[in-house]
Design a protein around this ligand. Structure first.
Ligand code: FMN
Length: 168
């Protein structure tokens, strides 16, 4: 990947609470011919099954869901603050209605066919390992259901982070 260098998971020196919850990320999947991206701010990074993983949560109505389901790989891209507007656009408009790269000026690129964006400062290339819908029956703390008034429980994806790239 041009302008990026590969790092180990252990040398990542960003705070995941900041990175995911405050800075947000773009979750992308698809092929060079047909891909989509959307903003996420719920998720986690850590270790599962002895692998470095990223947990992502996608509601069923997202167009991105089709791409995540239909492909083995996804990427997570993190950006500097100056791209906040672009991420806000990708998080409030659907790829069904808009060409998000065209509207935001973000430049798609592909790592072995997996879509990411050249403007990112950190790119995690991920291979899906596991997916499962959250459900009402499994809720322990009742206020969690406040997030699902429409019954649109997220699908959880556990993704192995196979490559970490930071901007050089
Ligand atoms: C800050 C922010 C965080 C979001 N986080 C998530 C998330 O974690 N999961 C999710 O399903 N949708 C999340 N969304 C909503 C999607 O990004 C949004 O519905 C988007 O328009 C879906 O695009 P698509 O239809 O092209 O997939 C978030 C939106 C914003 C603005």
């Amino acid at each position: 990947m041009k302008n990026f260098k590969q790092i180990t998971p252990e040398s990542l020196n960003s705070n995941p609470f900041e990175l995911i919850g405050k800075d947000w990320a773009l979750l992308s999947s698809g092929t060079p011919e047909n891909f989509n991206t959307m903003t996420i701010s719920w998720g986690a990074v850590g270790i599962m099954w002895n692998k470095p993983v990223a947990f992502t949560f996608v509601r069923p109505q997202r167009y991105t869901m089709e791409f995540v389901i239909g492909n083995d790989y996804v990427s997570l891209c993190f950006f500097d603050e100056k791209y906040r507007k672009a991420l806000a656009f990708c998080g409030s408009n659907s790829g069904r209605d808009f060409d998000k790269p065209k509207e935001t000026g973000l430049t798609p690129a592909f790592c072995d066919g997996v879509p990411y964006f050249e403007e990112a400062k950190l790119v995690l290339v991920c291979k899906k390992l596991y997916n499962q819908f959250l459900n009402a029956e499994s809720v322990v703390e009742p206020t969690v259901t406040d997030n699902y008034a429409a019954g649109d429980y997220h699908k959880m994806f556990v993704n192995e982070i196979v490559e970490f790239f930071v901007k050089e």
